[in-house]
Design a protein around this ligand. Structure first.
Ligand code: TRP
Ligand code: ZN
Length: 869
């Protein structure tokens, strides 16, 4: 490994800033390779001390420093700081510097995205723009002037309100913006370019009119409507559900093609990955429509949970992200199907968050140590963080939760605060002791809840015992008991609900806080079947010795839809895991027996079509992987396929019926259509696997007749799954049609990358030469390289090590271009903990190779150094 060891920052080392900045005047003169930045800050010393002012800065060419109008030269510069010693306690600091947006391929700070200037400052990108106190607890008001060529950059945007503008010689122009709200520099944004503009309005509950402006690439106007509609829904929802109203007079969203993540909540000026803005029926799938609505809402909700109240330091990231993800999940549930949403949330936890916690990157939702902050925008901080908020919601009830939120804003509006501050507000508003609950913030790892029970027929009593178990994680040896809300109910053998307690409650919530707790129920006529962890009431692994019959009963009879789905998933996964080491005949019998359990689901009339489709979908390879301690990669892959095929064949008639029963309507993103397409395209997959004789005909008909991307893509997915020759033919046609549309082509790149074929690496190498592919665009890299490493099980984990080497080679290149993306894509390579010894060594060998790279980024250094023994 490289020998320069970067600094590890610790949460416990937090100290208040030595200086505060309360006003910033920024002026940008935009030019591709030398943009001039003038930053005038009003600085005050914070407390009594004589330490110098130390500003953050990276890759900046400093021209001059003035204090109170007088040039100073006795400053010291290092690679990432500027130290200025002064006796003044209050002064104006003027810094003039040059930056180079054109050569900025990291997509942090100011960069060019397909000819437009844009910024990305979270977490620590502002320091690439100018020398500053780049930390979230320094809050200031910003006035921003942008100067640029008028022809190429007719739109000059920044946060807040446009207050002035004018013309300059040489066809230049300028615009001045003023943001009346205090903000940390990570919420600063600047955009300059030529766009199509979609305009609308929103009238708030108090009657204020907000201008809504959506900026998209030229020619993309018709693809912006869904995003704008989503924004209005989110604004209304936050008013009615949380009582929160928008605060500025204008809300702008800009879609850009080069972007490291999904979107960014800059005050009044969100910047989005165009993938999460642009949609029409021809180019976007139902899933895209869903994601756009969710991400638009997420960024909008940040205006209160993130911007009005922000984080004191980056260790507190979950303060805004966990809470905002929880809010966007609630919103999405209200906009569409709550159960399908919940299933989707749980899949992310089980496939990705459990994997993270089982890996060398394990960390609590509030991390204790960080080298590169960008590495901690994780499924743990975001999605497990949202689960922790959800548990508070469950424990306090909606009314109690909202009372806590209200107190939180009353106490902390305009401030930069901690996760503890948030929990304290919840505690005080509800008069409930949350001290043990707080351990969810400091403890990493996936808890296991082991449930046992016994029934005494003579006394007619039923006892059920819950025990929480915690094992050491890579980052933490000592674990403590947590507060785990477990919602459950009991069924009798006629699948009727047993009333629990005197409140005639049918669902009960146990607050498991001891390591072991038992409940006893009286007057129970026969041994009940427990339906456990309703709604996934806690992010844990649950262990109860269910028989197959009992699972079947929960799947058919639980009052909780999530528990029904989960029981079905467990039937499938038990079957898959049990196939290992069996004879062919035994495998056949066992598969048949499991498949038969689903017959009643096919017939069921008491569940929605959407839920039915979810129940009939096998658990993903990634979910199955996380259920095991050590994984036989090839065996697991094969077993899953066996069951897949059996389901296809056994219910062939049903798939045919499901496929043909819905009347075709012109495409609309609308709940009943979405669920019909979901079921129909699931049926198409199964039909393809079943060997149905005329399936190629079906596929071609659907491909040619589709009026929307969901149905076109489903054909490609099915043909790929069925390993049909048709797949290659259709992929060619698809490419001919869409080669000028990068967002659509990403779907095509991803399909290629996920194909099982012996020459997959040659195929991917060839695609890297495609005219639309560029290492500089994260969407392309994620689609091709990311999909291969995350999802192409047979290719990535090829026992000859070629998949690992291929990814490593690519990451060594990507390290130079965009370390943030490289560090995301390395994830599957550092998750070697559960695979066989041969593969572990191959993976570690590649990690070492990357580790030896000259100029290794902090991003990769942190992940690799943790992951090597
Ligand atoms: N705060 C953003 C969100 O959750 C995510 C974000 C963090 C981000 N760092 C980023 C987005 C860098 C783009 C680039 O919505
Ligand atoms: Zn966010």
């Amino acid at each position: 490994m490289s020998t320069i060891i970067p600094e590890i920052k610790k949460r416990s080392d937090y100290q208040q800033p030595d200086f505060l900045i309360n006003h910033v005047d920024l002026e940008f003169t935009l030019a591709e390779t030398s943009t001039k930045v003038i930053c005038v800050s009003q600085v005050t010393r914070n407390g009594l001390h004589n330490r110098p002012l130390i500003l953050d800065g990276e890759g900046i060419e400093l021209l001059s420093v003035h204090i109170n109008g007088i040039e100073v030269s006795n400053y010291q510069q290092t690679e990432n700081s500027l130290t200025i010693d002064t006796d003044s306690n209050e002064f104006e600091l003027r810094i003039v510097n040059i930056i180079n947006p054109k050569d900025n391929s990291s997509l942090e700070g100011l960069y060019l995205s397909a000819g437009a200037y844009c910024t990305q400052c979270e977490a620590e990108g502002f320091r690439k723009i100018t020398y500053f106190l780049d930390r979230p607890d320094v809050l200031a008001k910003y006035d921003v002037t942008i100067i640029a060529d008028k022809k190429n950059f007719p739109f000059l945007l920044s946060n807040g309100n446009k207050v002035d503008s004018g013309e300059l010689p040489d066809s230049m122009h300028w615009v001045k913006w003023s943001d009346p709200f205090n903000k940390p520099c990570y919420l600063f944004a600047l955009v300059a370019g030529d766009f199509d503009l979609l305009e609308d309005q929103f009238v708030t509950q108090s009657g204020r009119t907000i201008a809504l402006e959506l900026f998209v690439d030229k020619g993309m106007l018709s693809r912006g409507q869904h995003a704008l509609d989503s924004l209005k829904k989110a604004m209304r929802w936050d008013e009615t559900e949380f009582g929160l109203e928008y605060d500025l007079d204008i809300y702008m969203i800009v879609a850009v093609d080069f972007f490291n993540m999904g979107a960014m909540e800059n005050k009044g000026l969100n910047v989005f990955n165009s993938k999460f803005v642009l949609a029409d029926a021809q180019t976007a799938t139902d899933e895209d429509y869903f994601n756009i609505e969710a991400v638009i809402a997420h960024e909008y909700f940040h205006n209160w949970t993130g911007n009005r109240v922000t984080c004191r330091d980056w260790f507190q990231l979950s303060l805004k992200e966990g809470l905002t993800v929880f809010r966007d999940q609630q919103f999405s549930a209200d906009m569409s199907s709550p159960i399908v949403n919940r299933i989707q949330n749980v899949r992310i936890i089980r496939e990705r968050q459990f994997a993270e916690d089982a890996s060398t990157m394990s960390h609590p939702i509030r991390p204790d140590e960080v080298i590169e902050m960008n590495n901690f925008y994780t499924v743990t901080v975001y999605d497990k963080g949202a689960e922790v908020i959800r548990m508070l919601f469950t424990l306090l009830g909606k009314t109690g939760f909202l009372a806590g939120i209200k107190l939180y804003f009353k106490r902390f509006d305009g401030q930069a605060v901690t996760c503890d501050d948030f929990v304290q507000a919840m505690q005080d508003a509800n008069d409930k002791d949350l001290s043990q609950f707080r351990r969810w913030y400091s403890q990493s790892g996936t808890p296991k809840v082991v449930v046992t029970d016994s029934y005494d027929p003579s006394a007619k009593t039923y006892q059920i015992t819950f025990e929480q178990q915690h094992s050491a994680t890579f980052d933490q040896n000592e674990k403590q008991d947590l507060v785990i809300p477990i919602q459950f109910s009991l069924l009798n053998d006629k699948l009727e609900l047993i009333k629990l307690g005197d409140a005639k409650q049918q669902q009960k919530m146990l607050e498991l806080h001891d390591s072991k707790q038992s409940l006893e129920f009286k007057n129970i006529d026969s041994k009940p079947i427990p339906s456990l962890l309703h709604g996934f009431s806690a992010p844990v692994k649950l262990d109860y010795p269910y028989s197959q019959q009992q699972l079947g009963n929960v799947m058919l009879g639980s009052p909780d839809e999530f528990a029904r789905w989960d029981a079905g998933q467990k039937l499938f996964s038990d079957c898959i895991h049990d196939l290992a080491g069996k004879t062919q005949q035994q495998q056949k019998d066992s598969i048949n027996q499991t498949v038969a359990m689903f017959e009643p689901i096919i017939e069921a009339t008491d569940i929605s079509l959407a839920l039915k489709a979810e129940i009939l979908t096998l658990p993903s390879f990634e979910t199955l992987f996380q259920q095991m301690d050590t994984v036989d990669i090839d065996g697991l892959n094969q077993s899953r396929k066996l069951l897949f095929k059996a389901l296809a064949q056994k219910f062939q008639n049903n798939w045919l019926t499901q496929y043909s029963k819905f009347e075709k309507q012109p495409y609309a993103y609308q709940a009943n259509q979405v669920e019909q397409r979901k079921m129909r395209n699931l049926a198409l997959k199964y039909l393809t696997l079943s060997g149905q004789h005329d399936v190629e005909q079906l596929l071609i008909e659907q491909f040619n007749g589709a009026d929307n991307m969901t149905d076109s893509l489903a054909v490609l997915g099915a043909a790929q799954l069925g390993d049909l020759d048709l797949f290659e033919k259709l992929m060619l046609l698809f490419e001919q049609k869409w080669h000028n549309d990068p967002l659509v082509l990403d779907k095509w790149f991803a399909l290629h990358a996920n194909t099982e074929r012996p020459d997959i690496l040659a195929r991917i190498s060839m695609l890297m030469g495609h005219s639309q592919f560029t290492i500089n665009n994260p969407n392309r890299v994620r689609a091709l390289i990311g999909t291969f490493s995350f999802f192409n099980v047979s290719g990535f984990h090829n026992i000859d090590g070629s998949g690992y080497k291929f990814v490593a080679d690519y990451l060594i290149k990507l390290n130079e271009v965009n370390p943030q993306i490289a560090a995301r894509i390395i994830t599957p390579l550092i998750q070697w903990q559960k695979v066989d010894k041969v593969r572990q060594q191959l993976m570690q060998h590649q990690l070492m190779r990357i580790g030896d790279t000259k100029g290794l980024s902090n991003d990769l250094f942190e992940k690799i150094s943790k992951s090597l023994p």
